[in-house]
Design a protein around this ligand. Structure first.
Ligand code: HEC
Ligand code: HEC
Ligand code: HEC
Ligand code: HEC
Length: 472
């Protein structure tokens, strides 16, 4: 990345800017022309088994059942079908049927960046067998370079990565991958026009979404990989995922902001701002809402906790600029966002990311921490803590280091926290699925109430954490 940025100074500025962003930040697009077609992975001797491979040592290694598990249980399988759904087509219709609006094909191309990378690869390589939607190579990287090597005995991960395989085991790489579609980036822009046409707002948190992919529920739903080894081998994996996700989301959101400000055409971009600073006033009929004077606030979803990873001086410059909201100059915003993005490190803590570190991290003290978005992020962080402490307790239990009475008190305490957090979650959720209006905003002093509820659950989480300490 640093080379790319020094290179700009000497050569054609604008063209390189987009090329650099497209090449380095559009994580998924980069490898598309190297696709061989994900069906290639689906042979019975490869990842297409119907029964898991038996491996000595239990949870080690791939099951080789990945294709079937993916097709049966992964939400991304739906992507191909969604392309033809009435909801998807209606959004395209609304965007393209305005006077002087873009054509359906132009709009579809924007959607395809996230919804149809396989189809885009098919366009680039017309002879290949790729179909539509999201599949193996979307996430693991185009297979042309590594397909023939990756099952060889003793082949190293780093050599596969050099051949174009994505190192999904690295949590930061994984976070960047997910955020590239679930937050966005230079060519992946869910803007306010799309939201107004009916696109669901993207509100991503890596650990929560990861849990949705990997949880093994009663129906035997299984992710296509077994994450038991990763969870056992990594202390507080859940917190590490959360940390990687906060940084990846901030990075993606800043790249998105840069490209929005660069394009300039529709600046200010409403999707950058807190939805409810406009939308409460847009719908006065709902009653009982606090009027907010002044300009809409910059949306904080992807930046509430990411502050410590960035240079605080450049972050404050960007915040000041965005606080002026509609008066801010797009080119100034672009430079400021780029400076913050370049300043991002890989860690939010001074030490290894663990639940005790996360327990110490306060939500950033700013007026923005009183927003619905900031409260949602605090809530999600506490869910991460609950899960992580639970995982570590379970490890001690399996090692025979927990007495029956401790198990009973731990589970009781955890149950109480779960109950309290569920109540907070309800306050933060929408009363009506069709209309985004969080319950908490309809209650006088609702925000303050949820803030103090979250302070109370943080205290209980600290007590839960204390169960682990003397036993480690
Ligand atoms: C190529 C873009 C892309 C990438 C990369 C991607 N996703 Fe998705 N994801 C989507 C789209 C699009 C959907 C919606 C699919 C549909 O319903 O048609 C989705 C849906 C999901 C859902 C279901 C959400 C729900 O409301 O039920 C989860 C969970 C999820 N993704 C998690 C992840 C995680 C974790 C990663 C990283 C390992 C990831 N995604 C990577 C595009 C992507
Ligand atoms: C930045 C990437 C991105 C772009 C661009 C994008 N989407 Fe999405 N879209 C997503 C993700 C991610 C989800 C899943 C959101 C979730 O569940 O959290 C989604 C969800 C959806 C859904 C709901 C799917 C379901 O199963 O409920 C529809 C419909 C949809 N998108 C249509 C479109 C259309 C039409 C376009 C183009 C106008 C578009 N999207 C552009 C990323 C994108
Ligand atoms: C939405 C992104 C995504 C898609 C699509 C996807 N994977 Fe994965 N895959 C992951 C992530 C994340 C992991 C977990 C990290 C890891 O072990 O590399 C993983 C793990 C794996 C593993 C386990 C690796 C190991 O060492 O245990 C295999 C094998 C695999 N995937 C194959 C496939 C195949 C085959 C497909 C297509 C049917 C596919 N994946 C589709 C994201 C994806
Ligand atoms: C600066 C003010 C402003 C902000 C901030 C804003 N919107 Fe809007 N929104 C509008 C206006 C004005 C309209 C009506 C015109 C249009 O359709 O673009 C609208 C229309 C909409 C509509 C369709 C009409 C409706 O009320 O159902 C949706 C959905 C929507 N916005 C969602 C969002 C979401 C989600 C966010 C936050 C990411 C957001 N908006 C942020 C001003 C705003």
């Amino acid at each position: 990345m640093p080379q790319t940025y020094t290179a700009w100074k000497s050569i054609s500025f604008v063209a390189l800017w987009f090329a650099a962003l497209a090449g380095s930040l559009s994580v998924v697009a980069a490898s598309e022309t190297k696709f061989v077609g994900s069906q290639t992975c689906n042979s019975v001797s490869c990842h297409g088994r119907t029964e898991p491979r038996r491996v000595s040592g239990g949870v080690n290694g791939a099951s080789l059942q990945e294709f079937a598990l993916y097709e049966r249980h992964d939400p991304h399988v739906k992507a191909a079908k969604t392309l033809a759904s009435p909801e998807f087509q209606a959004i395209i219709g609304k965007l393209s049927e305005r006077p002087a609006g873009p054509t359906r094909a132009t709009v579809y191309h924007q959607c395809a960046q996230c919804h149809d990378p396989e189809g885009m690869a098919a366009e680039a390589v017309p002879s290949s067998a790729v179909s539509h939607g999201i599949s193996c190579e979307t996430c693991h990287g185009g297979g042309k370079g590594w397909l023939a090597q990756h099952y060889e005995r003793d082949v190293s991960r780093s050599s596969l990565v050099a051949l174009g395989m994505r190192d999904t085991k690295d949590l930061h790489v994984r976070g960047d991958l997910c955020a590239s579609c679930h937050v966005g980036g230079a060519l992946k822009n869910v803007n306010h026009d799309m939201l107004a046409a009916g696109h669901p707002p993207l509100r991503f948190e890596l650990a929560a979404y990861h849990r949705k992919l990997t949880s093994h529920d009663e129906d035997g739903k299984r992710s296509h990989w077994n994450d038991a080894r990763e969870r056992i081998g990594t202390k507080d994996l859940e917190v590490k995922l959360w940390e990687a996700g906060q940084i990846a989301s901030a990075k993606a959101a800043l790249a998105l902001l840069e490209s929005r400000a660069h394009a300039g055409a529709s600046w200010p971009e409403f999707a950058e701002y807190d939805c409810f600073s406009c939308h409460q006033r847009l719908r006065p009929s709902d009653g009982n809402r606090r009027a907010v004077a002044g300009l809409p606030q910059w949306g904080q979803w992807n930046l509430v906790f990411a502050g410590p990873a960035a240079d605080s001086k450049v972050l404050n410059t960007l915040r000041d600029e965005m606080r002026q909201s509609f008066a801010s100059q797009p080119h100034v915003v672009k430079v400021a966002a780029s400076n913050v993005r370049k300043s991002l490190g890989t860690s939010l803590f001074l030490e290894d990311a663990t639940s005790s570190q996360l327990l110490k991290l306060p939500a950033e003290p700013s007026e923005a921490s009183k927003s619905w978005e900031a409260l949602c992020q605090r809530y999600l962080a506490q869910r991460v803590l609950e899960k992580s402490i639970g995982d570590e307790f379970r490890k001690l239990e399996l090692a025979g280091r927990i007495s029956t009475s401790d198990r009973v008190s731990f589970n009781k305490q955890r149950g109480e926290i779960d109950h309290d957090l569920a109540a907070v979650g309800l306050q933060l959720s929408f009363a009506d699925n069709k209309r985004e209006w969080p319950r908490v905003l309809a209650i006088p002093q609702g925000i303050e109430q949820v803030e103090s509820d979250l302070t109370a659950t943080a205290g209980k989480l600290r007590m839960l954490q204390a169960f682990l300490e003397p036993r480690r």
